[in-house]
Design a protein around this ligand. Structure first.
Ligand code: NZQ
Ligand code: ZN
Length: 384
């Protein structure tokens, strides 16, 4: 195991009505908040009114920034940062899915600088200051509620980049599984596939020969998400299944599962981000189209890990070969209603040259050695 530092300071408040305590918790962060949210889900569920009441009851002034899109955009984030600066807010409250929390992190950075915000995403500048972010997660998928990352698409160029900094880890995450009952089952499947891929990318790509802590954590969590998703597909308001997915979502990508894991990398995320950046599709759906194609492309190199996944996660009997394991995984992906190709994602003529170019840039930004343009192009071609 490599040496590592693990830093995950988010205070998690989990359970029914968790967000109703936001006023008293937020009072420690100041008197003026920017409430950031998406299009209509938090108004429809009543969460918006509950947050406003809890904050105003505690004497906190609230300014609102709504309309965050799925795959959040730079221009909208800059508007939010301008609003936060002009109003002199003390902290940001993000209420929504990963996109809302990610945009809020960008606003938290943008509100504290006069520099060009995109330069932080292009890794030309290092984040030195950010406002505190409190997150009410309504769509467990990204771990943005507990992690150091935030993804943003530059609406002028289609580049989908990310920032990483301990300064943008949410100070508090409010996780109420009841709020997730309304996520359409189809999107829940995409979200679960994102969680599973966060867990599995390092598991598949590691060169570590002995990693029982990591393997046990990942295998147990992936099986839990698969099992819970199957319950949710039958019964979308099953509290315990929704709660299991919500807790797995918060833990899958907070740095725990790849900490110290030799050789672990995230090629499928590198390959997917250009797809959702250029074609505005759901990130988890894009991953479903990419992961089997990637595993098939790398099956000789990753064979021991793919076979272990077949035996210890998919619980396959006998001695299946890699192709059989990948096919079984594809069958499960199909069963949960996720797409297995770009065509099934609705992308008829993908611009593979641009996606390949963007993936090469991302690999360099994220320090993922071992993959080149030919690798990315081959995977894109095989999932058309
Ligand atoms: O806009 P509203 O009305 O809120 O609707 C949203 C949105 O349309 C809706 N939604 C959210 N909670 C709901 C709900 N609908 C019903 N009931 C609820 N409880 O769902 C739609 C999608 O939301 P979004 O936030 O876009 O989804 P997700 O959480 O999957 O976030 C995706 C974004 O996160 C990035 C992705 O690339 C993508 O941009 N990622 C962020 C990561 C991170 N910060 O570490 C890592 C991930 O790998 C990922 O790249
Ligand atoms: Zn992801």
């Amino acid at each position: 195991m490599k040496s590592f530092e693990f830093y995950s300071p988010t205070r998690v408040i989990f359970g029914r009505d968790a967000a109703d305590s936001i006023g008293s918790v937020a009072a420690a962060y100041g008197k003026k908040a920017l409430l950031v949210y998406g299009r209509n889900s938090i108004k429809k569920s009543g969460l918006h009114g509950r947050i406003i009441k809890s904050l105003t009851d505690t004497g906190i002034e609230v300014i609102e920034h709504s309309g965050v899109s799925a795959n959040p955009q730079l221009s909208h984030t800059l508007d939010g940062a301008g609003l936060a600066k002009d109003a002199g807010v003390d902290f940001i409250i993000a209420a929504g899915g990963g996109s809302v929390i990610d945009e809020s992190k960008g606003i938290a950075v943008g509100a504290c600088t006069d520099e060009d915000l995109w330069k932080y995403y292009a890794r030309e500048l290092v984040i030195e200051k950010a406002l505190p972010v409190l997150a009410v997660q309504t769509l467990p998928a990204t771990s943005s509620e507990t992690n150091q990352a935030a993804v943003l698409t530059n609406d002028k160029t289609g580049d989908k980049y990310s920032i990483r900094s301990p300064l943008i880890v949410p100070a508090v995450a409010f996780l109420d599984p009841v709020l997730t009952f309304t996520i359409p089952v189809q999107y829940t499947a995409y979200a679960c596939f994102d969680i599973m891929t966060h867990l599995l990318e390092g598991y598949f790509t590691t060169t570590e020969k002995f990693a029982p802590v990591h393997d046990g954590f990942v295998e147990g969590m992936v099986k839990a998400v698969m099992k819970s998703l199957e319950v949710i597909l039958e019964k979308p308001d099953d509290y315990d299944a929704r709660a299991s997915v919500m807790w797995a979502g918060a833990l899958a990508w907070n740095g725990l599962c790849n900490a110290g894991l030799e050789g672990a990398s995230i090629p499928c995320h590198i390959i997917e981000h250009p797809i959702s950046g250029l074609y505005d599709i759901a990130h988890g759906a894009g991953l479903a189209a990419v992961v089997p194609a990637f595993l098939r492309y790398k099956k000789d190199e990753l064979s021991s890990r793919i076979l272990k996944f077949g035996k210890d996660v998919l619980m396959m009997d006998g001695r299946p070969d890699c192709e059989a394991v990948i096919s079984a995984y594809e069958s499960w992906i199909k069963k949960i209603g996720c797409p297995l190709s770009m065509r099934e994602l609705g992308i008829e003529n993908p611009d593979i040259d641009t996606m390949t170019e963007q993936a090469v840039t991302l690999a360099a930004q994220w320090g993922a050695s071992g993959y080149n343009a030919d690798d990315f192009r081959a995977v894109y071609n095989s999932c058309v």
